[in-house]
Design a protein around this ligand. Sequence first.
Ligand SMILES: C=C(O[C@@H]1C=C(C(=O)O)C=C[C@H]1O)C(=O)O
Ligand SMILES: [Mg+2]
Length: 459
Amino acid sequence: MIDQNAVSLDKLLNSIMDQGLSHNRQLVSYTKQIQPFNPLSVLELGKEEDRFFWKRNDNCLYLVGIGNLIELVFDRVNYQKIHEEWNALVDKAIVHNPYPVPGTGLLSFGGIAFDDRREPSTLWKNFSASQFRVPKFLFIKYNDAYYLTINFIVHAHINSDLLVQNIQQKEQQLLQDLSGLPPLGTILKEEEMDIAKWLQSIENAKQTIQNHLAEKIVLARELRLKLSSTGEMSTVVKRLIETQPKSYVFAFEQGDECFLGATPERLIRLEDDQLESMCLAGTAPRGETDMADEQVRHELLNDKKNREEHDFVVQMIRRAIERYCVDIRIPDTPTVFPLKNLQHLYTPVTAQLKRDYHIFDLVEQLHPTPALGGTPKEIALAFIRKHEPLDRGWYGAPIGWVDHRNNGEFAVAIRSGLIQSNAASLFAGCGIVKDSEVEAEYEETKIKFLPMLHVLGGK
Ligand SMILES: C=C(O[C@@H]1C=C(C(=O)O)C=C[C@H]1O)C(=O)O
Ligand SMILES: [Mg+2]
């Protein structure tokens, strides 16, 4: 049922203008419930402007952001500064959102570089060290309810009628019927970048671990693709949703480039002070038959090397959140989380956030977990900076959103790629521990490329 008593946009705007503005230019965020829409067609119809997309792993929440109204851009990663600027923006805004639904209303969506101390390469030149965007239009699907948040700037001399008319026109355009999404081509070429150097870095990591300087180091590599045509964001997103139903699907467009992926890994979800994180590390392929699959699952659960790889993550996440949370619940033993191409060891984490802390405090504590960095964190990061022949950019780092009520969620941006017109870079990494074997780790990254390779037209 759509709320029949909702305040209309022109009524809201009139009352704002009647009351007078408290700032020269003021951000207004207006949310209403709307008729069902197809998130993918909105995404496609919004292609004239920069877009973002988010699907939660449980498929309850979809976000489609169109346009870039305000962007908080930083050339370093400073979580306290991001939080302060976001808070200041929310404080000054006029937010009309009668719906107590996470993800509705004033929201910013963005990403963070894996390591802002690494020398940046040209690959990621269009993405900042951290970047959070308030869209012009945000379409939200939460369970079976559909919402639209419209954000805009007003000032004393604005022509309200014209503003409302323009907004309504754009809204109608974005909600048109669409018969299909653009086609995708094929992959013309695949190149494993710096492969010899990467294999050598695994040997070096093993040596470092054997010398007791570190316990775990995660190393990633790049697969560079040439595509027969532009990697269309909406079509790739659609295929990711279809093929990875248990993953988060995320996409952030920046001009003619788009960083996107389907990741199973949550860094943090915060809803009404309830925190959820997860430990996901330790990997095996899927079996060909049910019986073989069950066998692989059993072996993974009992494999010493993978259990060790996993345990570093459990220990670190517990330590990272202890100061900030009460009622921390983490089971003693992992279970197996199966995906289309592979399966992981998985331990869920829940807790309650203490008062006065916010989501960026927790992101700062958690990133990078030893699922993407290593143990000890600073030594692993220094090793990666020095030896890994790759600028990770936003790969392996937090990507997600925060809303005006301080709900938010960040996933770890793995199983991902950066599409640059008709080229793309895919990324995959693996956790090196003392019992790692180079060949097996190489194979593991090969499987981790498959979800992205598949949706881009590979076999
Ligand atoms: C680094 C990646 O994945 C991470 C590494 C894993 C492992 O080494 O077992 C498993 C899950 C992820 O935490 C990736 O997919 O690129
Ligand atoms: Mg592994």
